[in-house]
Design a protein. Structure first.
Ligand SMILES: Cc1cc2nc3c(=O)[nH]c(=O)nc-3n(C[C@H](O)[C@H](O)[C@H](O)COP(=O)(O)OP(=O)(O)OC[C@H]3O[C@@H](n4cnc5c(N)ncnc54)[C@H](O)[C@@H]3O)c2cc1C
Length: 360
């Protein structure tokens, strides 16, 4: 039975880019500046090479549906997938009880867990957040300057910060984000958001236009070795999320582009399961610190943002920096937690063993 989904604006995607993307026509907001805040003050940087862009979920869904409508041979089916697997007739999905075989199956079905195993540092962390789009009674926001991280709040065991995307002087999306092993009751994020809007923007009265809630896995590779040779995992399930930031949108576009290229060349559309490079190593260290010494997160981000130009940070987070840029950036960070992380992860066995693959 087909169930056409009712399209709704369930998320906003933001990314920084120095080049055009396929979504230039439907970008809702663009910013050329970015701010970071903590008790040391606010740092605002003009972006030199990048633009921070916002794509609304609803615009993306409509855009892709319209693009798919141009392919008349396409049969789109909606429903619950009970199984993805492979037998001697090839890969298959079981959709609402019906088994459908194909030459290749591309699987991006992912449901985030509510918590990871607290006892096992191998299980990584979750990035979980809840945000509101608000219309304030007064003009309080700077429409030119999104706040990437506001760390002014006292930290507990795990790093958390506020994120603010201003759409006008009165409208903004404001989110509370945690890096921790378990999600919180939704009421907790809401209470804290209310307090934040009052404390920082002196706002008692505002209209709540939309609410966004999300959980993103923060987990280094390798992604689960796929038992089915003709099933290709995509997106979050395919390890496209950068584990320390949760940013995935442009990485998913790149993953998809490479798969299309392979298909067009008549080659198996399989990508390497995970990157084994220095950026994976950097991510492992930061993830370890955020997990084992979460209170250090604020100190690290504070040094990072107060002592480096935003472009250098964004290039690094895009994994496009060179060793010189990385050396400059690392020289500004507290050394001790990173050496402790290296020792904990590599000191005894010489191999990184603490990160588990995704669940099947
Ligand atoms: C609220 C939110 C905001 C985000 N914002 C950003 C951002 O600003 N920038 C950025 O770079 N990244 C962001 N991300 C991370 C990432 O870009 C998104 O999660 C992105 O949507 C991942 O795409 P995906 O296709 O892998 O997974 P999803 O978009 O999560 O799609 C997986 C789909 O599989 C479906 N599914 C699961 N199981 C089944 C089943 N059994 N049968 C049928 N369907 C099933 C789910 O319902 C879901 O629709 C955000 C994530 C969230 C959750």
């Amino acid at each position: 039975m087909d169930k056409s989904p009712k399209l709704r604006n369930d998320r906003t995607w933001c990314f920084w880019t120095s080049a055009p993307t396929s979504f230039d026509d439907i970008i809702a907001h663009r910013w050329d500046r970015m701010a970071y805040r903590d008790e040391r003050g606010e740092r605002i940087d003009h972006l030199q090479s990048y633009q921070y862009q916002l794509l609304r979920g609803i615009d993306f869904y409509r855009h892709t549906q319209a693009a798919l409508a141009d392919f008349p041979g396409l049969d789109i089916r909606y429903g619950n997938i009970q199984e993805v697997g492979e037998d001697r007739n090839g890969p298959f999905v079981i959709l609402e009880g019906e088994k459908i075989h194909a030459s290749w199956v591309f699987n991006s079905c992912y449901t985030p867990p509510a918590q990871v195993d607290r006892q096992s540092p191998k299980a990584g962390l979750l990035q979980h957040f809840l945000g509101w789009t608000v219309r304030a009674e007064r003009e309080v926001f700077d429409p030119h300057t999104p706040v990437l991280m506001d760390f002014q709040e006292e930290q507990g065991d795990f790093a958390h910060f506020y994120y603010l995307l201003p759409f006008s002087r009165r409208e903004a999306l404001v989110e509370l984000t945690y890096f921790s092993p378990a999600v919180l009751p939704k009421a907790t994020y809401r209470t804290k958001l209310e307090a934040y809007l009052k404390r920082v923007y002196s706002l008692d009265r505002y209209e709540q236009l939309e609410e966004e809630y999300g959980v993103i896995p923060m987990q280094g590779g390798p992604v689960d070795t796929n038992p089915h040779p003709h099933v290709v995992r995509l997106g979050t399930l395919g390890g496209a999320v950068k584990p320390t930031t949760g940013y995935a949108f442009l990485r998913i576009q790149e993953q998809t582009r490479q798969i299309v290229q392979l298909l067009e060349a008549g080659e198996p559309p399989k990508l390497p399961a995970w990157r084994h490079d220095r950026f994976a190593f950097y991510d492992d260290l930061l993830l370890y610190i955020l997990r084992e010494q979460g209170h250090m997160g604020k100190a690290i981000f504070s040094r990072l943002f107060h002592h480096n130009p935003m472009d250098r940070i964004l290039t690094f987070l895009n994994e496009q920096s060179n060793l010189v840029q990385e050396g400059l950036l690392f020289s500004t960070l507290p050394k001790r937690p990173f050496f402790q992380a290296i020792w904990a992860l590599y000191g005894t066995t010489g191999t990184k063993t603490w990160i588990q693959p995704f669940p099947g």
